[in-house]
Write a new protein. Structure first.
Length: 83
């Protein structure tokens, strides 16, 4: 990181160190949204949930099982594993 000041380097490093925590938080929020969502919004929530799970390196077969079930409870249980 030669073009960044020491402060900027620290901010960037902290961002990447805490990225999994923020992804887990995002997944928790999506689980809540899925309880309330219907139709196109529900499909969009699942799409974002898949992206967050992939970012957290959840195995693809487990992601598929959760999405196929269309059950926010399974997603909420996954979130508990990260906290």
């Amino acid at each position: 990181m030669p073009d960044f000041t020491p402060y900027q380097q620290r901010v960037i490093r902290n961002y990447y160190n805490n990225l999994s925590d923020s992804s887990a938080q995002k997944l928790a929020e999506l689980a809540t949204d899925l309880y309330l969502a219907e139709g196109k919004k529900r499909a969009a929530c699942w799409k974002r949930a898949v992206a967050a799970m992939e970012h957290l390196k959840v195995p693809k077969d487990r992601i598929q099982k959760i999405v196929d079930s269309d059950d926010p409870v399974l997603l909420a249980n996954l979130v508990k594993e990260f906290h």
